[in-house]
Design a protein around this ligand. Structure first.
Ligand code: PLP
Length: 392
């Protein structure tokens, strides 16, 4: 029936997320497509994953592994994850009771928040922040308490004294993200120590979003909270195969957490998604037997970061450090005094390269004159973008 002839009887729905609208990511991608711009806005690779991974998944399908797996995930995959975490970070999670496979990190984050945050509880969010955090807290009835990162020529840093001052007797959870989207900053050992000092002796939980765990550069190590038993004992640690294996569209991730936290997580998970698709889990389990793909990832992306930075340094952009992730933030005051969203639109329409304003990662847009580029692209894509950006 054409919509004009439909009776207008749809009941009004009071939105549970009234402030959510079309995101800047959608706006910028649509504009990039319309203007034929190179899309360095949205964070995903424009190259394919390893054919061996596709082969492992299709082998699982052909073997008939196509029905519901156990609720917490395929045991072989949980065991492979537990082995990896033990090998790299030295923390032995029990694959049976402490690792749960999720429909991407986004579901892991939502479920971890839903199972731990009650109406009125406060959750400390460090901004700029990934855009799913705030709606997830709101859906749980929690209250987000924001602490903004400091930004200077040295890059972004978490002001731990401000985090400590934001703690109240209602604080239930502190959310951290390292390597950090959008800033490309990474937490160091002193950051982890500062966090441990804040939560010691409290009931505060930690949600550590580590989806970029295998993208840390210049020989640095990733400071997973798994390395720190004192923090691991109160943390949900979240990761994503989408980032590690160049398969963002597969939406498979996991959460590692102590048994008591995992048990509550699984209660919500069971009625949230129940479980995650079987053949992909089997394929990932087989593929994880070889650690090379994730161990080689820093070198793979550091090459792209260095290519991108070396040519961008010749423009009037001021480059902030990119110590991890596949993001490069740039400050553009020598080029324009436009607000970030306007500048990003101009860059897309007039220069032909899409970027994302960092202001979009604040609950109330904050202007710092900084935009984010994603360098998870083929070298030829990066070079095309760099040829265009060379005008600036
Ligand atoms: C910081 C951060 N957390 C979580 C996610 C979501 O990961 P997934 O696609 O596995 O849900 C992303 C994706 O961009 C991210 O950047």
């Amino acid at each position: 029936m054409p919509s004009s002839t439909r009776p207008d009887t749809t009941p009004h729905l009071q939105s549970r997320l009234p402030s959510v609208g079309t995101t800047i990511f959608t706006v910028m991608s649509a504009l990039a497509a319309e203007r034929g711009a190179v899309n360095l806005g949205q964070g995903f690779p424009d190259f394919d994953c390893d054919p061996a991974l596709v082969g492992a998944v299709s082998a699982a399908m052909k073997q008939g592994l196509n029905q519901y797996p156990p609720m917490a995930g395929v045991p072989a995959l949980r065991e492979a994850i537990a082995r990896k975490i033990d090998r790299i970070y030295g923390h032995a999670y029990d694959a049976g009771t402490e690792i749960t496979i999720t429909a991407g990190a986004t579901q892991a984050i939502l479920t971890a928040i839903l199972c731990s945050v009650h109406p009125g509880d406060e959750v400390i969010v460090i901004e700029p922040a990934y855009d799913s955090y705030l709606p997830s807290i709101e859906l749980a009835g929690g209250k987000a308490v924001f602490v903004q990162m400091d930004v200077s020529a040295q890059g972004y840093a978490v002001p731990w004294t401000k985090v400590a001052n934001a703690v109240t007797n209602k604080t239930r959870l502190i959310m951290i993200n390292s390597p950090h989207n959008p800033t490309g900053s990474v937490l160091r050992e002193q950051d982890i120590k500062a966090l441990a000092d804040i939560v010691r002796g409290t009931d505060i939980l930690i949600l550590s979003d580590e989806v970029y765990e295998h993208m840390v550069y210049d020989g640095r190590r990733h400071e997973s909270v798994c390395r720190h038993p004192e923090l691991a004992s109160r943390s949900f640690v979240v990761s994503s195969f989408g980032k590690t294996y160049h398969v963002t569209g597969w939406k498979v991730g996991y959460v590692a957490a102590p048994a008591a936290l995992s048990a509550e997580f699984r209660k919500v998970h069971q009625f949230n998604v129940f479980t995650v698709n079987t053949p992909v889990q089997h394929g990932l389990a087989a593929y994880m037997a070889d650690p090379a793909p994730y161990l080689d990832l820093p070198a793979f992306y550091q090459h792209k970061r260095d290519l991108f930075r070396s040519r961008l340094e010749r423009t009037r952009f001021r480059l902030l450090p990119s110590d991890g992730t596949y993001f490069q933030c740039v400050e553009y005051s020598a080029i324009s005094d436009q607000p970030e969203a306007e500048f990003a639109k101009w860059l897309t329409s007039e220069i032909g390269v899409a970027a994302i304003p960092v202001s979009a990662f604040y609950h109330q847009p904050k202007e710092s004159g900084i935009v984010r580029f994603c360098f998870a692209k083929k070298d030829e894509t990066l070079n095309t973008a760099l040829d265009r950006l060379a005008k600036l």
